[in-house]
Ligand binder design. Sequence first.
Ligand SMILES: C[S@@+](CC[C@H](N)C(=O)[O-])C[C@H]1O[C@@H](n2cnc3c(N)ncnc32)[C@H](O)[C@@H]1O
Length: 220
Amino acid sequence: MGRSPYLAPDFYGKALAEGRHRAIVGGRWDETGRAQMAALIEVGRLAPHHHLLDIGAGALRLGCKAVTYLQPGHYWGTDASRELMLAGHAAELADPARLDPAQLIADDAFAFPGVPEVITHTIAFAVFPHLPHDCLGLALANLARFPRLEVFLFTVFLAPEAQAGAPFRQPDGVVTHPDRPPRHVLERDVLAAAAGWDLTKHDRMLPRGQVLFEARRAGG
Ligand SMILES: C[S@@+](CC[C@H](N)C(=O)[O-])C[C@H]1O[C@@H](n2cnc3c(N)ncnc32)[C@H](O)[C@@H]1O
């Protein structure tokens, strides 16, 4: 099975040393950050007083906008690479004093260590297409410990059942794969991973043709 480029030896160190923190998360910097803010506000009904957890926050492509929008201290990020988030903190924040670097937490297991219970909103944008499909279920299970969580937004690539066994060209042109990143999944596998959650699929145009899902606790 193909492995994520994020697991290649010294992937982060080399790219960061070359100043390529934007490229590590896929570029299209402003457009992709804006798309995430719009989804959070329009679908997630995010307001400045809410508390946001950005899972797989990368170089703060969303964070540089969310930190300005939210009240100071209301943004947390987790990522497999804390150095990547710190590079974003150093280079991308309009006012770095609005985000304590302690709120950028290394986590490659969707365990959210040290993230407080105040979280109301969470997003994982362009994270699961790079990882094995069981990571989605793991993230959903571990988010159960946040009592005030209203909504979890996440993206995946989908492929129709009949074509999912082979490389598949997404609406934006990117080719996804059943067995290696960027990975596509079946819609029914997303639904199966989210048992206990009310899931809504949104038909918004997102960069690279990803599909946005909104998860809210069932009965919540
Ligand atoms: C395509 S980037 C998207 C980053 C960010 N969400 C954004 O939209 O800018 C994917 C991110 O997932 C992170 N990542 C890879 N494996 C991870 C894991 N097991 N747990 C958490 N983050 C991971 C990478 O370091 C990278 O920052």
